[in-house]
Design a protein around this ligand. Structure first.
Ligand SMILES: Cc1ncc(COP(=O)(O)O)c(C=O)c1O
Length: 556
């Protein structure tokens, strides 16, 4: 096979050459979802344009063609993960759906009060909450395996956790935050010794290793197509045939039945027993194309390149002032997580976004892991085989600059809400201020300046009562009311970007009566400021939460 050529590989991804906010895109959020190659996009479009028909339902030519392609995709997946039998491949909408299926079908029918489910501290919420739901119904108990300093499941403690009551162990092949490979084989061996079922969440593994279900010998393995250059809304549940045969259907509907009458219904055989309703056949067919695409370049070549890139990024990050990795050791896949001392994660993420760099900050759907590591959140860079050394250099340069700026103590003089002039309203002044600024990077800079200028609220005021629920980061708001019924608010947040946004909001709501507060259209204000289109829905939700708190205080 030829040496992997990143430029050639990259050319297959149309979105990577499109500007975002008028800036070249640096996409480092591949752990969340990968970009899609043109061939996959075309395969999905081709279904709808050339042979769209529901699968398995009709005897006409279009349905036959769609059904054949759909079932060929199943064979493709079977070969890709080396499953023994074709009927062991069940289509789902993704990893989350796969785990829920196992929990509801196997868990609900096999777990009893006092049985133990083993999870780990490193799990994604998708591999925690379905088990909590089933534990609540069955009386089973959840136990949690600890992690080592390098962030993998501590396999020296397995003997302490497994016992005769352990009925199931469910864990990630690779954590979506830590990026290290868990000791999967050893845990499976332990589970077998205790006759416990093994469920492996392969969401972060499927694009990086060749999988071999026969060799791995687990009971269930789940993954999502969208994390491996495939479409969204398609996932795979691999299950051992004997187990799947013993399990009752999870959902009822079309396709999963043999016959239905009001006297009773008999169920279809595998895999259809678990595939109620019209599947995402266009997505499934496009998924087969993404596997073909990966195979063209070779999974091993992609993984080798990614690993080199990860190592380069990790070592560069190590040299950046104030960066602390969340666990010890270089990761085994392209996921690198860190914090920056004394700077909020969202400030880093929003600052990099203003330069076209897409990374993630927050809890990464792994709140128990954050708690375990005593973090409120972290920053995650997740790489794919289309990323390049020069993108990493650009990221490191921008990150270093951002940290320097955010840590600088130089005094800037942004407006304070209370200091705004009298001839123009605070709100008009704010509109004037932003009308002069073009481009998201400069507007973002202005928001950060406003955040920097806002004086901190006394610690005693930052409490449960002043906390704003629904904000991405911690934020607080308190108010006083004058005898004339005019409100004065003070606010604070641990993220500077939120503090900046709060200053903007307060420019509109400060020194207003309850009536004026009720009448103000905040959405229009942000539209006029030219900020609405740059705020993610979660940040917009945060803004709404601030406004809701203001309105609740003013009782409007
Ligand atoms: C480890 C892990 N498990 C489960 C999921 C959920 O995957 P999906 O949203 O595709 O169902 C993710 C997604 O990020 C993940 O990283």
């Amino acid at each position: 096979m030829n040496e992997f050529n990143v430029s050639t590989f990259r050319e297959h991804f149309p979105l990577l050459s499109k500007p975002v906010n008028n800036l070249p895109l640096t996409y480092f959020d591949n752990g969340a979802t990968t970009q899609k190659p043109a061939a996959v996009i075309a395969a999905e479009a081709e279904v709808y344009q050339e042979y769209n028909a529901n699968v398995h339902r009709a005897s006409h030519a279009l349905s036959a063609k769609a059904t054949t392609a759909f079932e060929q995709a199943r064979i493709k997946v079977q070969q890709f993960i080396k499953a023994e039998y074709l009927e062991e491949i069940i289509w789902t909408s993704g990893t989350t759906a796969g785990i829920n299926l196992i929990a509801q079908s196997w868990g609900q029918n096999n777990l009893q009060a006092g049985d133990e489910i083993l999870l780990t501290h490193g799990e994604h919420h998708a591999n925690i909450v379905p088990w909590q739901l089933v534990a609540e119904k069955t009386g089973a108990i959840i136990k949690v395996l600890p992690l080592s300093d390098t962030g993998v499941i501590d396999d020296t403690l397995l003997e302490d956790f497994f016992n005769e009551k352990t009925k199931l162990v469910s864990f990630a092949h690779v954590s979506n935050v830590i990026g290290k490979v868990n000791p999967v084989e050893k845990i499976i061996q332990f589970a077998k010794k205790y006759n416990a079922i093994t469920v492996i969440d392969g969401a972060q593994a499927c694009a990086h290793f060749s999988l071999d279900m026969k060799a791995l010998d687990c009971d269930f393995y789940v993954f999502s197509a969208h994390k491996m250059y495939g479409p969204t809304g398609v996932g795979v549940l691999y299950g051992r045939r004997e187990l799947l045969n013993m399990m009752p259907p999870y959902q009822g509907g079309g396709e999963m039945i043999k016959s239905v009458s009001f006297l009773g219904t008999s169920f279809n055989h595998l895999p259809f027993k678990f595939e109620a309703g019209t599947p995402n056949y266009a997505g499934v067919i496009a998924f087969a194309e993404s596997i073909r695409f990966i195979e063209t370049f070779g999974l091993a070549s992609l993984a080798k390149y990614e690993l080199g890139l990860t190592s380069y990024c990790y070592n560069k990050l190590k040299q950046v002032e104030s960066v602390t990795f969340i666990t010890e050791q270089e990761p085994d896949t392209g996921v690198i997580s860190f914090i920056v001392d004394n700077i909020h994660n969202h400030d880093i993420a929003s600052g990099l976004d203003a330069q076209g760099i897409a990374i993630r900050s927050g809890h990464h759907c792994a709140m128990p892991l954050m708690e375990y590591l005593k973090l409120s959140g972290c920053i995650r860079v997740s790489l794919a085989a289309y990323n390049t050394v020069s993108e990493i250099d650009f990221f490191i340069e921008q990150l270093s600059l951002l940290i320097k700026n955010l840590l600088s103590v130089e005094k800037t003089l942004p407006i304070q809400p209370s200091e705004l002039g009298t001839e123009l309203s605070d709100e008009q002044k704010m509109l004037e201020r932003f009308s002069a600024i073009k481009g998201w990077d400069l507007r973002h800079r202005e928001i950060m300046l406003l955040g920097k200028g806002l004086s901190r609220m006394t610690k005693s005021l930052r409490n449960e009562r002043s906390l704003i629920q629904g904000c991405e980061s911690q934020a607080w708001l308190v108010a006083t009311i004058s005898e004339e019924g005019v409100y004065y608010f003070s606010c604070d947040s641990d993220a500077r970007v939120i503090r900046g946004l709060m200053v903007i909001i307060l420019a509109a709501y400060q020194h207003k009566s309850a009536q004026q507060i009720a009448a103000f259209d905040n959405k229009l204000f942000f539209d006029k400021l030219g900020l609405s289109q740059h705020l993610s829905p979660s940040r917009s939700n945060g803004l709404n939460s601030i406004v809701e708190k203001i309105k609740a205080i003013a009782d409007v």
